[in-house]
Design a protein around this ligand. Sequence first.
Ligand code: ZN
Length: 415
Amino acid sequence: MEMIQFENIGQLVTLAPLATEKRTTSITYADLGIVKNAWMRVHEGCVHSYGEMQHCPYAEETLDLKGALVLPGFVDAHTHPIFAGDRSSEFVQRLSGLTYEDIAKQGGGISSSMRATRATSREDLEALTLMRLQQFLRYGTTTVEVKSGYGLSAPSEKLHLEVLQALKPKTPQEVVITCMALHACPPEFSSMDSYVTAMKETLLPLIAQEKLASYVDVFLELGYFTPSEAMDQFMAQAKALGLGIRVHADEFTESAGALSAARWHAASADHLQHSSREGIAAMAQAGVTAILLPGTSLYTAIPFTDARPFVEAGCAVAIASDYNPGSCRIYNLALLATLAGIHCHLSLPQILAAITYVPSVSLGLGTKKGALAPNFDADFVVYNSISTVEEWLATCGMQVPDSVFIKGSSALKTV
Ligand SMILES: [Zn+2]
């Protein structure tokens, strides 16, 4: 397919003003770059041009979208989809009053997923993860960041990163891989620092040599990992090897997560319920994207992150799913977008940018993903029965996209 022209688009939401200015803050309605009653020409998988139907150029190959709403494909910059086992019983335990931390202390939580994932073959892990990536696609996510982190040893983490690498050509989505060996301290190690040092010396060189991941991530939290000399050394070494940094920060307590993310010049700091004003200001100064995860708050009844201090400080704000086996089994970024509006206090344009262009920039993809500007990949979702962005937000993710296109081609398998 060389050239195809999509016609009669009811509302085409391009976010082109942000993409053109490479801007991720001070987002207003005008930045949505909406064209009503539009056409869009796609050439060799990229957006070529677009405009209003009254000035529609002739094209040989066309597709009539009959008034549909078209949004850029969603970019989910925080997921944990490579795991085995089932932690549904923990969900039920939480309903009877136990907290995430209580369950972790009883051997549940990340340790439970680690045991099940370590015991699962490469082939089975690949099939499970591929199935989950297809679920993300069904809900309109065309770019997805995936984290390892249930291996928690150099050989297991390496294997899981290899599984993720092997998946890349098997799914139409853009997949960005993050190594999260620092998700929890495994039972083989008696201290956090000894595990961090071991991962620095054994795993980081393997990742760099075999180009297994683009980023490393750490669960910076009391009871998991806390800022230390070993941690600073791990992050410095990761940077020296060309890896980017992402941080799970300040989810349950103020754990100097935002401040550390700023000090390490992380691409993102995620969760951020308890970040200090000082930490937020440092993130803004260092250009760290704040990634809010309202699904985890909904699922485990912890507070939602208030986006307003981040927006006021000049931080870029994204929304992601945090899809994982224990604290959020939600693939649906449109649902989480509406929740972020209600509970994180983001406006409509901020919300749309937070699931498209802003996370794309935080993943280093800001010149090709997350907007429908000329030369960007033609990744987009089509809603036949929704005609405006306002209606899309108000449907709370209950309407799944009727079509999903990646690089101009239909990406949903018809069963
Ligand atoms: Zn996470």
